[in-house]
Each structure stands twice: as C-alpha cells, then as structure tokens.
Design a protein around this ligand. Sequence first.
Ligand code: AMP
Ligand code: MG
Length: 290
Amino acid sequence: MKADAYRFDGKTSCDLSRLPTDAGTEKGKKAEYAEKTAANLKKMESLQEAFYADGREGMVILLQALDAAGKDGTIKHVMGGLNPEGVTVYNFKQPTKTELEHDYLWRVGRCLPPRGGISIFNRSYYEDVLVVQMHQLHKGYRMADRVLQESDREFFEKRYHQICHFEEYLYENSFRVVKIFLHLSKGEQKERFLARIDTPDKNWKFSAADITERARFDEYNQLYQKVINATASEHAPWYVLPADQKWYTRYLVSEIVVEALQKCAPSYPKVTDQVRAEMQRARVQLMAED
Ligand code: AMP
Ligand code: MG
C-alpha cells in the first residue's frame, strides 16, 4: 500500500526535514487519484458496515497538524464517506475551566467510541504535549509542587509514557488508534493563509493567532518530530502524510482507513440455528398475511 511508505511504528525514526510535504512524482495525477479515493470511499462504506455490525473492535482516528494543513477538509471529504451512525467527530479545542481541573485524558475518555464505533479526533490529547509544551502552559496549571517542580524534560517525558500506555491500554481492550500527521510546507501554509484573507467565503477561517504561531513553524515541526518518535508504536502507528496537495492527502488517508478497517477483519455476526429457525417461521407468517 502507498501509505505504508509514510508509516512510523517505532522501528525507524522519523526525520521530518527529510520527509516530503508534496506528492512528488505523483503531482500531475490529480484526476487519477480522485478516482482511487472515490473507490476507497466505497470500500470504506462496506467495511464500516461490517465493522459496526461486528462490534468486536473500536477505532480512534486522530489528526494532528499545524494550522491550514487540511484537517477539517480531510475529515469532511474522507470521513464523509462513512455512515454517521457509528462515527463521531470530536474537536479538541482549548480546554475549558472544568477540563483544566482534571487530568488531560479526562476529556478524552468521554470521546472514546464503543466497540463497533469510530471516533475521529480533530486534534487530540497530543495537544497536551505540543501546544502545551511549546507555550509552557502547564506552568500555569494548578497542580502540586511535586509535579510543577519537575523539569520540563521530565514532565513531558512522563506524558509521552502516559500516552504510550494509554494507547496500549486501548489496544489491549480491543480498540485501535490510528494517528495521522499532515505534513505541510511553510510555503503552502502561506498560500492557504492568504486564501483565507482574500476569499470572502474563507474569511471565517482566518485567525490572527495562526499568524503568530507561524513564526514558530520550524520549532513546531521539531517538536512534532520528537513527539512522533516518542509515541510511534506497532499497535498505534503514526502516518506522516504530505499535505501540500489536498487530493493526494485525502487519497492517502482513505488508504489508511481502508487498511485499518481491513486489519480488524470485520465479519457479520453468525446467525444461530435458533435465529434461522425463527426467521423461517416469520417468513411463513408474513407470506400468509395476504
Ligand atoms: P482550531 O483547531 O483552529 O479550532 O483551534 C483549536 C485551538 O485549541 C488550537 O490552537 C489548539 O492548539 C488549541 N488546543 C487544543 N487542545 C489544547 C490544549 N490541551 N491546551 C491548549 N490549547 C489547546
Ligand atoms: Mg486554527
């Protein structure tokens, strides 16, 4: 599968500066990839139906990226192919006052799917080692001295471990976590920000804070790299996908979702002899009605 080239499961280390942000040799093949994506969306639909009926595994698909990398559009175009029954999208924004009174995984627990369900996370608990680390937000949290006295390094190393354990815990309880990072170039981010300023229908997406964050573009990528390497595992891999061409990103995401669902090998629950006999009786009854 094409997306395998972008998969990190802890065996090899991820160096973002060497990984592509664009479609490379595939750049001229937009129409071809749009067709492939459409075919994948059909596959996803039938796989998800079996996944839902089967109800033995649950799945979290999370998307992380810098601003304007295309998280929202990917969710709309790729996940839009799934049956809304059995799929829920959650947006992780700045924590509320109540959320900040709890541990950082508290708000995540409520968003986990039942088995048979899929939760899509637009941002996630990874913000708690990304934006929080970048801006040292934890320093302003009300926590015990023993926690706040730790060095930043210790504090976030512990969080990486907690996240790895959390994902392992989910896997051991029959849930899978699929993690996607949309890798965007600084030049393409600039173009997309300009489009938000210049296109009236996109104005609502503009945020002055995004421009401020852009000043830390390289620092963010370094931090992402560190976080990806600290949390990539066989059972909860990261996919680092080129994000400069939306049509290519969407194709890769559709491949990843199809493969993740296939790995669960969903099958419809087997009908027992008793139910089969009941169905036969019901058939006879229905046919006798007129
Ligand atoms: P958006 O995705 O554009 O709606 O923005 C959501 C904002 O919430 C982003 O700037 C995130 O970095 C921020 N955010 C999400 N989770 C956290 C968190 N745990 N702590 C601080 N900021 C967060
Ligand atoms: Mg934003």
